[in-house]
Write a protein that binds this ligand. Structure first.
Ligand code: SF4
Length: 705
């Protein structure tokens, strides 16, 4: 049977695995790992392997625009013109009456780069506010601030090939065995081939990643900075720091030494709840290593002190000089497939295209002149949690939600529900009718899904890939770029959003990168199609070398992107700022992901094979805590916090310490009951600099139901 084959990239996590999509002559779609792809070399995890089911199964797809004038009425099918005319009319009214800050876009790390670029251009360059934020705020923003403060730019310095060049890998606040599986398979294969390689895992839970590690630092939640200081202190005391590198390429060592010497290693060990000897062993391995990679994700990022946690971990690479060399460096594992691409085009409330800063008047003027719209506001845009709070308070009137399901994924979900109820206009643009947020929509816009549109994404190692369009979108669904352009016509800005094809948008974007640290001005779709993927920067000069595929590793000359060209070693407080346990709420709830589900399950939840792994929400609890409460394994319990409750089945396990419990974040309300929605319990505390929520630390009580 004839078949066509298209290259693409997996649309789930930030690993960015290469995929071959095969379309048979009968229309059937098959998906397999791309053996030539430098990231996954043909491998796919359970989610990637089952992607074709999500492409073929259209049963839940939104097929046409819908609208209603009253939320007590059902949504009714309308034309694209009717839906966008009304959206534009309401946007114009609110902007005229309450100012441009009264409207906002809440978009997604799953949007393609070109889509992100247009949302950003529309809000900042034309509507005149900076109210565009993304669910990447819930994911990577602490790492972004950490990189900027220490290295001078939101720039991941390493590449996946550094895995095989390392001999010590420190995984902190991450469970890549489940959440970044292909990375982890590469780590495991490296360890099998090189048994001397040491894997250290820092996690309050005994995860699957811990199971394949050499050393588990079973930290108390929220104490990562203290742990990193303990390791740093041992490295300093044993002379395992790189004095020459520190002297020539960093700033801040004296203040840092003073800071880490505020406590003894034993005192830090007590704070962290980790055996002293384990900390010393970790420090010894790191100090002796030739290649030291640190990997982290939400355990550090999703914290009220997320930036401090990031800085304290990056410091370990800086004081040992283990950065900018093969096999060495800090490596944030991106959660979503295109969180990095979104940041490149400025798709967050506090940045402009090509990592420009909205607060910098020179940067604002550059982008204003480039876009040819109105003045770019100097007021900070509202970040994810701030946007929903502003809707709840009535300060923001309209929100346009794109490719994300905040009713399940945002912290303090009951507050999000109040915010959406209070909003004067909720536009939901999505692929699936199963998104819980649609219940609050006044206008629903059907979007094209993965394989139904083309564009680019950037994975966790700065690798840009081109995703082919394979099939047409069902019904009247449209690619996001076309929806945006049609909307701008209704707003009167159509001439500034006139593109014949997706590549025209990319070409416009790459002009903004010229001479920046993320310069990709040498790139075009043809190059991506010919070479598959390219790592940024990729300048015009590099494009003259036909074999160049970009920059695999940054800072190899030890010149950083700070003004002084030196990396900055930061001295931050080690104390946690999360809410405190009390007599009423004595347990710490950690939330996270499970192996076979993605986000709020609108895609993975459709696949029977994936549901077979774990098919219902649950809370994990230590048997000692359960005994004190007369709770037995498998019972239905109520998890209660100050903001809400969730009824779930309990799993008793010694995989977490007494005093801690764990719930997966994927489930929303089931049958409209508070069954299993973990974010009923999480809180809106955010890191003051990254504005990333404290998802990994909420105080709760668990009782028999
Ligand atoms: Fe997709 Fe991530 Fe799995 Fe790779 S590891 S197949 S990118 S979900």
């Amino acid at each position: 049977m004839n078949e066509k084959s298209y290259k693409s990239t997996c649309c789930y996590c930030g690993v960015g695995c290469g995929i071959l999509i095969k379309e048979k002559s009968n229309g059937q779609i098959l998906v397999e790992g791309d053996k030539d792809h430098p990231v996954n070399r043909g491998m796919l995890c359970s989610k990637g392997m089952n992607l074709h089911y999500t492409v073929m199964d259209k049963s839940d797809r939104l097929l046409y625009p819908q609208m209603r004038f009253n939320r007590n009425m059902p949504l009714e099918q309308v034309s694209w013109d009717a839906a966008l005319d009304r959206t534009a009319a309401i946007f114009k009214t609110f902007i005229a009456k309450y100012g441009p800050e009264s409207v906002g876009f809440y978009v997604s790390g799953q949007c393609l780069t070109e889509e992100y670029y247009l949302w950003n251009k529309l809000m900042k360059g034309f509507i005149g506010a900076n109210n565009i934020d993304t669910n990447s705020r819930l994911c990577m923003s602490s790492a972004v601030v950490g990189y900027k403060l220490s290295l001078g730019e939101d720039a991941v310095p390493v590449c996946y090939d550094d895995i095989e060049l390392s001999d010590v890998i420190l995984v902190e606040g991450a469970n890549p065995a489940w959440c970044h599986p292909i990375i982890w398979r590469r780590v495991e294969a490296h360890k099998v081939a090189n048994p001397h390689v040491k894997i250290i895992v820092v996690d309050p839970r005994k995860t699957q990643t811990v199971a394949s590690g050499d050393l588990h630092l079973d930290i108390n939640p929220g104490t990562d900075v203290a742990l990193n200081y303990a390791i740093a202190r041992v490295l300093i005391e044993t002379g395992k720091i790189d004095a020459e590198f520190i002297e020539n390429h960093t700033e801040g060592i004296e203040a840092f030494k003073e800071k880490v010497f505020e406590k003894t290693v034993s005192e830090y060990a007590k704070i962290c709840g980790v055996e002293l000897q384990k900390i010393k062993t970790a420090a010894k391995w790191i100090g002796q290593s030739k290649g030291f990679l640190s990997m982290w994700t939400m355990g550090l990022n999703q914290s009220v002190i997320g930036v401090n946690k990031n800085l304290s971990l990056i410091n370990l690479s800086l004081i040992t000089g283990k950065i900018g060399k093969p096999g060495n460096g800090p490596f944030s594992l991106t959660g979503q497939p295109n969180a990095m691409g979104g940041r490149e085009v400025g798709g967050l409330a506090n940045m402009l295209a090509s990592h420009r800063d909205y607060a910098n008047p020179v940067h604002r003027n550059e982008m204003q002149a480039f876009w040819g719209g109105g003045a770019i506001s100097e007021k900070p845009g509202l970040t994810a949690t701030e946007m929903f709070q502003a809707l709840a308070d009535g300060k923001m009137k309209a929100i346009w939600i794109v490719c994300t399901n905040p009713l399940v994924s945002m912290p303090d979900a009951n507050m999000i529900e109040r915010a959406l109820k209070n909003a004067k206009l909720v536009v939901v643009q999505d692929v699936s009718s199963k998104s819980d947020t649609t219940k609050f929509a006044d206008i629903v816009l059907p979007a094209a899904a993965w394989t139904e549109k083309d564009g680019t994404m950037t994975n966790a190692e700065r690798r840009i890939s081109y995703l082919n369009k394979v099939v047409d979108a069902p019904g009247n669904a449209l690619p996001d770029t076309e929806i945006i352009c049609r909307f701008t016509e209704k707003m009167g800005w159509g001439d500034k959003f006139s593109y014949n094809k997706t590549e025209d948008i990319y070409k416009e974007y790459i002009k903004t990168t010229e001479n920046t640290n993320i310069d990709v001005s040498g790139l075009d779709f043809e190059k991506l199609q010919n070479f598959g993927t390219v790592q940024w920067p990729f300048t015009k000069k590099m494009s003259t070398d036909e074999s160049s595929i970009g920059t695999e590793r940054l800072f190899t000359d030890h010149s950083f992107y700070t003004a002084s060209k030196k990396a900055r070693i930061h001295s931050v407080p080690f104390q946690n700022q999360s809410e405190q346990i009390s007599g009423d709420f004595p347990l710490i709830l950690i939330t996270g992901r499970i192996r076979d589900q993605w986000h709020t399950m609108t895609k993975t939840g459709k696949v029977n094979k994936l549901n077979q792994h774990i098919n219902q929400p649950y809370v994990e609890m230590n048997p000692l805590d359960a005994k004190e409460r007369g709770i037995s394994d498998g019972q239905v319990v109520m998890v209660t916090g100050t903001r809400g409750e969730a009824k779930v089945k309990v799993i008793l396990t010694n995989d977490l310490k007494k005093g801690n419990c764990f719930m997966p974040m994927h489930w929303g309300k089931i049958l409209n009951q508070n069954f299993g929605r973990a974010n009923n319990l999480t809180n809106s505390l955010v890191d003051p600099r990254s504005k990333e929520p404290d998802f990994k630390y909420a105080v709760v009580e668990i009782s028999k139901y």
